[in-house]
Ligand binder design. Structure first.
Ligand code: CU
Length: 131
């Protein structure tokens, strides 16, 4: 019994360590940095039917540059709060850059604006603008 519970505890620790490592490598493989001029540059990948990362954080007043790349087919990005709507070319055909100044605090949903398949309507992401 004692042996089993310690085995369970080790398993739990192992899961936490593996999960921690994989989530670290996931986030570190994406660009999220400040350029010399202060522009907040974030790279987002699009695939059926999600944006990765699905949530990004910026500060109010920041100039934000989002670089979208597709992992599969043509997608799109629409951010109604900033009057942005652009297509994202298919994998290997380039990237789509959108820029705006995050002047409003809050959480804003952006979505895919190019019909990409059955889950298209669920393809969304969140931009959190923090004070
Ligand atoms: Cu879509």
């Amino acid at each position: 019994m004692k042996f089993l519970s310690s085995l369970g505890r080790m398993g739990l620790i192992l899961v936490l360590v593996v999960f921690g490592i994989s989530s670290c490598t996931l986030t570190s493989s994406f660009i999220d940095k400040l350029a010399e001029d202060g522009t907040h540059i974030i790279q987002i990948e699009a695939e059926r039917f999600q944006f990765i990362p699905s949530q990004i954080r910026v500060r109010q007043g920041e100039r934000v540059r989002l670089i979208f790349r597709s992992r599969d087919t043509t997608h799109g990005v629409a951010i109604p709060e900033y009057q942005i709507r652009k297509d994202i070319p298919p994998r290997g055909k380039g990237e789509t850059i959108v820029e705006f100044t995050a002047d409003k605090i809050g959480s804003f949903t952006y979505r895919c604006s190019h019909l990409c398949g059955a889950g298209h309507a669920m393809m969304r992401g969140i931009i959190v603008v923090e004070p």
